[in-house]
Design a protein. Structure first.
Ligand code: UTP
Length: 297
């Protein structure tokens, strides 16, 4: 059995340019699927996996995120006075114990690897998780919990992996597969954003990782990679070169890329339809829209 994973880093310092102008004044992580912001889905998944310390790597213009996890005494008082208990319970899902949440700043958006490295002192000498809020994953048990359970047996580093169409490999870190054992994939290399014709496989890394402190040591070198950014993939690939064990994990569940507009719309439809209080009205609406679309063809 390996050391327990109790800390998670949430890198939220990116510019979110694909959602401009919305993200000019609102952090991407506050964009909402039905009635919960992306960051809430990420925190809920981490909590379900047993994470106790939540480390946010933020940047200028992200104060709405800190406010989101703060107490809201006026709002809570008003709801209490008017007896709105259900809403108070909903609000309680944003509570995080004092001291369980920490914020560090990434002063310049130098890449995901750099953002993770900014949290190195808070992580210390323990394995840690990294959760990208863009990737919302519907899964039971939730994806990070599946990974932490598998990691208890494997140790080392683990990345969530999913098959993608070959023509899209240049949007992902892609795994070079050494061997497969059920959902576990032993990895002999990783390439960031390879062109389809040179991609070592179509098994791509998505935004859940369990990493060892040695990956932080590789990030210390601050080498820029694909797109001129300091890439987390490169540091994990370096760990493989140094003989460290790295596994891909084919999680059970459906991942939505909420960093893209199409993925965000798909997630909105899926999570809307999954809600009992909205399902009938929303599916009737969608059926009507599809009918219009077919008639127009
Ligand atoms: P993305 O590649 O999606 O970049 O980052 P982005 O800035 O968020 O969005 P676009 O592409 O401009 O629309 C993946 C994750 O890494 C974080 C982002 O916040 C996001 O969670 N990130 C990226 C950082 O924290 N710092 C960086 O320098 C880069």
């Amino acid at each position: 059995m390996q050391g327990k994973v109790t800390k998670a880093i949430f890198p939220v310092a990116g510019l979110g340019t694909r959602f401009l102008p919305a993200t000019k004044s609102i952090p991407k992580e506050i964009l909402t699927l039905v009635d919960r912001p992306l960051i809430q889905y990420a925190i809920d998944e981490a909590r379900a996996a047993g994470i106790e310390q939540f480390i946010f790597v933020t940047s200028r213009g992200k104060s709405a995120l800190e406010d989101y996890f703060d107490a809201a005494p006026e709002l809570e008082g008003a709801l209490r006075r008017s007896g709105k208990t259900a809403l108070l319970e909903t609000l309680a899902t944003t509570d995080v114990d004092s001291g369980a949440i920490a914020y560090v700043r990434q002063h310049r958006p130098l890449g995901l690897g750099h953002a993770v490295w900014c949290a190195r002192r808070l992580v210390g000498d323990e394995p840690f998780a990294v959760v990208l809020t863009d990737d919302v994953i519907a899964g039971e048990p939730p994806c990070l919990q599946q990974m932490i359970e598998a990691h208890a047996e494997t140790g080392g580093c683990m990345v969530a992996a999913t098959e993608v169409p070959r023509e899209t490999t240049s949007s992902y870190g892609v795994l070079d597969i050494a061997a497969e054992d059920g959902p576990l994939v032993r990895v002999r290399g990783m390439v960031e954003k390879p062109r389809p014709e040179v991609a070592p496989s179509t098994l791509a890394v998505i935004g859940r990782y369990i990493l060892t402190p040695r990956v932080m040591a590789h990030l210390d070198r601050q080498r820029a990679g694909a797109g001129g950014e300091i890439q987390l993939t490169d540091a994990i690939a370096e760990e493989i070169r140094c003989g460290g064990a790295v596994h891909g994990f084919r999680f059970r569940g459906r991942r939505y890329d909420c960093g893209s507009k199409a993925g965000f719309l798909q997630a909105t439809a899926a999570f809307g339809l999954a809600r009992e209080d909205l399902r009938d009205e929303f599916s009737a609406f969608l059926g009507g829209v599809m009918g219009f679309a077919r008639a127009a063809e």
